[in-house]
Ligand binder design. Structure first.
Ligand code: SME
Length: 156
């Protein structure tokens, strides 16, 4: 396992392409989910310095806060609620350019302006989501969707 992350400058695509093999190295051979989620959140925060990045995992029909980097966040989200709950319900990646315009958005932090939520699957069943929040409007696009889906697919 690598001890230090090598931080890439350049286009977003270049940043993801440098980060993904390093994330693979970080989680390779480690079977503990909390350890792997924690290192993925830390690696993404270090590379992109997003406002908030982390995981919510499904437990007893709710999303429950899991490893993250950023300010404290709400701990439980019901199916269909907020962007995370909607991504779970619809089983798809959601990109929200302006969270204030998203019906039912859960404002864990008033600084958060845009968001991407990516479902995580195990054996074809959704088990949680990766949530990223930005303090800038319209911060996420199809490039983030493509690479963040690759990153959550590394979780087995
Ligand atoms: N804003 C999210 C809730 C989670 S926090 O932002 C960390 C939502 O609407 O699902």
């Amino acid at each position: 396992m690598a001890e230090d992350l090598s931080i890439q400058k350049g286009t977003k695509k270049e940043q993801y392409e440098s980060l993904i093999p390093q994330i693979k190295g970080l989680i390779e051979g480690e079977t503990n989910w909390v350890a792997n989620l924690a290192n993925i959140a830390a690696a993404l925060k270090e590379q992109f310095n997003w406002w908030w990045v982390g995981f919510y995992m499904i437990e007893n029909e709710e999303l429950v806060l899991a490893p993250f980097q950023g300010p404290v966040a709400c701990t439980r989200i019901k199916k269909g609620r907020g962007v995370c709950g909607a991504s779970w319900e619809q089983s798809k990646t959601l990109i929200v350019d302006d969270v204030e315009k998203f019906p039912g958005h859960i404002a864990c932090s008033s600084a958060s302006k845009s968001e991407i939520v990516v479902p995580i699957y195990k054996d074809n069943l959704i088990i949680g989501v990766l949530d990223v929040d930005s303090e800038h409007l319209s911060h996420f696009d199809q490039v983030d969707k493509f690479y963040l889906n690759q990153i959550v697919a590394l979780l087995k």
